[in-house]
Design a protein around this ligand. Structure first.
Ligand code: ADP
Length: 563
């Protein structure tokens, strides 16, 4: 795949430069139309000279006829027909009848079928495309005149041989030529119609092609189309610019496999068979895969999508890969995250101090009203601290985990015990189904936060009278990573719709019901939970039905994330 691929397909090399009959100059077309008769007449003259030279020598007709045809051929080649009214070149086929008459008169004593010579001007007139009826009539009259002429008294060169001849002998020739001429005329007209239709559809497809080219070239999104064999079919301007950014330093051109491509972190090189185009050529389809292209200051982030194309037989026929530059968006997200992290950090210190002094104040002997005010202040300050801590957790690099061997059963039991009081106060029953021990390589702090968050959500979003069940089990030999641990938190709470479920792990997302009910929360917990579970090489799944309840299931490999 080369860099300088044109946007549109060019016709194949051999198709270029070769012109067809209709594209020649009028003079050349007239000459080419006359030549078959000239060549046939020359062959007739040669045959007569070889078979019976006396016929040619006794009468001047052969010389007159052939000379006339040669003269008309010369005329066809030298007259600037394009400067004259188009139909004027009919003069050549019409005069051909005059030249054919003496040639035919003499040669028919030696050769059969000489009346066929009239077919050349008849056809020519018929397919000229002008005045079809007039052309056919002139062909008929020309043929009749040429074939009846020798029967006029005094025109036969060899009277002896003509004894048996009479005027009725060639009577059918003009009619047969008329039929042939009519067939040629009909064929020509239908071909002309097809030609016009073809030209119209060619024009249409050309204008569609121009439109497509304009759209593709104007687009800011890089577009690359590769055929089934891996050859570039189309690369637009935007993609050529992107390609340039990815070239190794000091290079002005290079193939796709030479481009410097990295994972979204901008540092990890993408393995050859995981490069976007390589994957697309394997028939893979994907949306919004984030990669980085180029190095140092010029590095850009791209969101790549690929769609495979299939032919009528369902065979892979190539792929369309679209590259959208999302560098500004990525910078904006990073700036926002940095801002949130810095602001939260700055808030935490004064907040901790406020809570500390409120604690001290509450230890004093206080007026009941003042105590009530201080209690409210303390509660809200603590809520604010929880929010700030969540924001900091969300902004922190959640992909790093410090693993050690942890008894997940014990960890879960601690979480359940600390949640029990809150569950009871909310009128909920909390049940657990845990094995005695389940050892796994995990980060105890982060897995503890996962458990706390799922349990606290279940308590917050289940109305009084409901129940919560937490269970832990081992899934033996689930895949090549070996055994997995599965933790499920099931509640009989508000539940949610499928649309809500799809957005659940997005930062700051909260369902409408919860927002309206003013249940406190930040909408960050599940996003953090998901990133912690993923950092363990695991996954989190949600099953939920509105008004019935939800089950959050966390699965992590027991051998740890590196497995
Ligand atoms: P928060 O609980 O602080 O709002 P989360 O990220 O933990 O943030 O949860 C996001 C949203 O998901 C919640 O606001 C709530 O709408 C919904 N949600 C989470 N857990 C449950 C649950 N167990 N039952 C019903 N809705 C839930």
């Amino acid at each position: 795949m080369s860099f300088a691929t044109p946007t549109t397909l060019l016709p194949p090399q051999e198709a270029r430069g070769r012109r067809h009959f209709g594209q020649f100059s009028l003079r050349r077309r007239v000459l080419l139309s006359q030549l078959p008769l000239t060549i046939s007449a020359a062959l007739v003259v040669i045959a007569v000279m070889v078979i019976d030279p006396g016929v040619a020598l006794e009468s001047p007709y052969i010389a007159i006829g052939f000379g006339g045809i040669l003269f008309l051929t010369l005329l066809a080649g030298v007259v600037p027909w394009h400067r004259l009214p188009p139909v004027l070149y009919w003069i050549i086929p019409l005069l051909d009848f005059v030249a054919i008459a003496p040639l035919w008169t003499a040669s028919r004593y030696v050769l059969d079928g000489m009346s066929l010579l009239t077919a050349f001007p008849v056809f020519w007139l018929a397919w000229s495309g002008f005045y079809p009826v007039l052309a056919l009539s002139l062909g008929f009259i020309g043929t009749a005149a040429a074939t009846w002429w020798p029967y006029l008294p005094g025109t036969a060169p060899y009277t002896d041989e003509l004894i048996e001849s009479n005027l009725t002998r060639p009577v059918m020739v003009p009619f047969m030529m008329l039929s042939l001429g009519a067939a040629a005329s009909i064929l020509t007209r239908s071909m002309e119609k097809q030609r016009l239709e073809l030209r119209a559809s060619l024009e249409k497809s050309k204008s569609q092609n121009r439109l497509l080219q304009a759209v593709v070239e104007t687009s800011d999104v890089g577009i690359l189309v590769v055929d089934g064999q891996g050859h570039d079919v189309l690369m637009n301007q935007a993609q050529r610019r992107t390609h340039f950014i990815g070239l190794p330093p000091g290079r002005n051109d290079g193939a796709e496999h030479e481009l410097l491509l990295f994972e979204a972190d901008g540092l990890t090189p993408i393995l050859p068979n995981e490069r976007p185009v390589a994957q697309a050529l394997q028939g893979r389809e994907y949306r919004g895969r984030i990669i980085a292209i180029g190095t140092d200051g010029s590095q850009q982030h791209l969101s790549v999508s690929a769609s495979a194309m299939y032919d009528d037989d369902g065979e892979f026929d190539g792929t369309v890969v679209v590259f959208q530059n999302v560098t500004d968006l990525m910078d904006a997200i990073q700036t926002r995250e940095r801002f949130v992290a810095e602001v939260s950090h700055e808030f935490r210190t004064p907040l901790t101090s406020i809570i500390g002094y409120l604690d001290l104040a509450m230890e004093e002997d206080l007026d009941p009203t003042l105590r009530q005010f201080l209690t409210t202040s303390q509660r809200n300050a603590e809520r604010l601290l929880t929010l700030v801590t969540s924001l900091l957790d969300a902004a922190a690099d959640s992909s790093k985990v410090t693993v050690q061997t942890v008894d997940l059963s014990r960890l879960t039991r601690y979480s359940v015990e600390s949640a029990e009081v809150r569950a009871r106060n909310s009128g909920l029953t909390l049940a657990s189904d845990l094995p005695d021990q389940l050892l796994a390589k995990a980060d105890p702090v982060k897995m503890g936060q996962v458990l706390d968050n799922l349990l606290s959500n279940a308590i917050k979003y289940t109305p009084a009278g409901g129940s919560i069940t937490i269970s832990l089990r081992c899934l033996p030999g689930m895949d090549e990573k070996g055994d997995w641990a599965e933790l499920a938190v099931e509640d009989t709470g508000f539940g949610m719709t499928d649309q809500e479920r799809a957005k659940l792990f997005t930062n700051f997302y909260r369902t409408e019901h919860v927002r309206k009910a003013a249940i406190p929360g930040t909408g960050l917990g599940l996003a953090i939970t998901q990133s912690y579970v993923r950092a363990h090489g695991g996954e989190i799944l949600v099953n939920s039905e509105k008004g019935v309840g939800s089950t959050f299931t966390v699965r992590i490999p027991i051998a740890g994330p590196a497995s």
